[in-house]
Design a protein around this ligand. Structure first.
Ligand code: KIV
Ligand code: ZN
Length: 513
């Protein structure tokens, strides 16, 4: 059995199924570039049959991204598989991932087919997929509530038809680690095929996705499907950063397996995905949360000063977290490019020029400029939601009746539009005035503000989740040294995203997995 555990990243497919986390093609490409820097083995780029937008994103990723294998998802119908095959065609390494279900509950009440018919369709799907690529993955959803011997029959049939990777999903996040490990061992022992790789795909409904994936590796799985920050349907998927670091820190527990991941790219990947999706990472999240390397208690701080190993099992630098004070207003484009490359960003000359200017402006306002400040600036450049409405001017008066005066510019109108309004507080007044000017009505379902940098003059990052007339929740994010300005920009980002979604939805209807 190989010592290498393949990392199959599904942030752009299952991760994107997380409510409110949808990304446009440019945002997906930016994430895919970071996944390539992270050196994941496979990028599941999307579900091409779902919409023209999904197809376009998978095709763009397959055209540009070098290194990882590019996978596309398809149900077992010919139409799905052909669309997936066309989307990944430009990639040097490509995979079709076709899926059905394994449990009786899915077969009887969702697909309305017999076990035999399911095998027939799955075999046929794998054969069609093999016409596009020799790398074909097959998944039966809901394996953890399926009859084990039926799974042996189903997976043996698809191997015979040409499947090269067998994925055993815990679709509903139902498994417990020991039990899931046993299921994997049961299938590894009975389903035979030359070079077949067993893969796992776990959901986190019981908070066990990472533990289940690791138990599966101990039982013989050699591919883990996972997402950055554990993003995904419902409670999410296995968190990539957690499984990778668990295997790296405790190789003896996993029989010495390794992954090809460049762990110094984990934190940049986490920040980028959080920014692109508007899904804030909880402060105490393992590996990538703000507090993951912070030591608060006196005893811990004392122990750390004596020897870091007293309270730290891994170094912050090894997962890509650095905070040296090296930025300043005298830096030129060349130095900025070099530092940004060290942080994992590869940007065009124009982007570097804009960022250098922004660093200088920030350095005039702020005593110290940290890596995190610069990261917030860089990520701000990537927010490629078309800016239909832009903030031109904002002034707020607090006091008995908080009042906001705003001027917004519409992309296709010459004249800016000004208005003023009151609210329960300065932020409420600002957002209500934005609604009045744009004629859209957003209901704020979530609002959070976090300091992304240090000190009294820190940059504040505001994340909002807003529901507009169509009922869909969209996210928005923005950073500024002034919280009210950051709130206005984040809300406008959500509003523009809503308008962009409306436009894309008009183009196509998206079936869900
Ligand atoms: O959760 C699941 O079963 C899936 C499959 C499509 C692999 O996402
Ligand atoms: Zn899934």
């Amino acid at each position: 059995m190989s010592d290498q555990v393949l990392i199959f990243d599904t942030t752009l497919r299952d991760g994107e199924q997380c409510p409110g986390a949808s990304m446009n093609t440019r945002e997906k490409l930016e994430v895919a570039r970071q996944l390539a820097r992270l050196k994941v083995d496979i990028i599941e780029a999307g579900f091409p049959i779902a919409s023209d937008g999904d197809f376009e994103a998978v095709h763009a990723i397959a055209t540009e991204i070098q290194g990882p294998c590019i996978a596309a998802l398809a149900r077992t119908t010919e139409k799905d598989i052909v669309r997936a095959g066309e989307a990944i065609a430009p990639a040097a390494k490509k995979r079709i991932h076709t899926f059905s279900s394994g449990s009786d509950i899915h077969l009887q009440t969702m697909l309305n087919i017999s076990r035999e018919e399911n095998i027939k369709r799955s075999v046929n799907a794998v054969k069609i997929a093999r016409k596009f690529t020799n790398d074909v993955e097959y998944s039966a959803q809901d394996t953890t509530r399926s009859d084990r011997d039926y799974l042996v029959e189903l997976y043996s049939a698809v191997v015979e038809a040409g499947a090269t990777t067998l994925n055993i999903p815990d679709t509903v996040g139902y498994a417990i680690p020991g039990e899931y490990g046993e299921l994997i061992a049961y299938l590894v022992a009975r389903v035979k095929g030359p070079g077949v790789i067993f893969s796992v795909h776990c959901h986190d409904d019981l908070g066990l996705a990472v533990a289940n994936s690791l138990a599966a590796v101990q039982a013989g799985a050699r591919q883990i499907e996972c997402t950055i920050n554990g993003l995904g349907e419902r409670a999410g998927n296995t968190s990539l950063e957690e499984v990778v670091m668990a295997m790296k820190m405790r190789p003896e527990i996993f029989g010495g397996v390794t992954t090809g991941i460049d762990t110094r790219q984990l934190y940049p990947a986490s920040r980028l995905v959080s920014h692109m999706t508007g899904m804030v990472v909880q402060r105490n999240k393992a590996i990538v949360g703000d507090n993951a390397f912070a030591h608060e208690s006196g005893i811990h701080q004392h122990g750390m000063l004596k020897n870091r190993a007293n309270y730290e099992i891994m170094r912050a630098e090894d997962v890509g977290r650095t905070s040296e004070l090296t930025w300043g207003k005298h830096m030129g484009n060349h130095a900025v490019r070099k530092k940004l490359e060290e942080m994992g960003y590869k940007l065009s000359d124009e982007e570097i020029r804009k960022i250098t200017e922004a660093i200088k402006t920030l350095a005039d306002k702020k005593k110290h400029v940290y890596d995190e400040d610069v990261r917030a600036i860089v990520e701000g450049q990537f927010t490629e939601v078309p800016q239909v409405w832009k903030l031109d001017y904002l002034s707020v008066m607090t006091g008995a009746i908080p009042t906001a005066s705003l001027r917004l510019v519409h992309a296709s109108k010459q004249e800016p539009v000004s208005d003023a309004g009151t609210g329960d507080g300065p932020i409420d007044a600002t957002l209500k005035t934005i609604d009045r000017i744009t004629g859209l009505k957003g209901n704020l379902v979530d609002y959070s503000v976090a300091s992304v940098t240090r000190g009294k003059d820190a940059i504040g990052e505001v994340s909002v989740r807003a529901q507009f007339e169509n009922g869909k929740i969209v996210t928005g994010k923005a950073a500024a040294t002034d919280i009210i300005e950051a709130s206005a920009l984040a809300y406008l980002n959500a509003l523009n995203r809503h308008m962009d979604d409306q436009r894309r939805m008009a183009e196509s209807e998206k079936p869900s997995v």
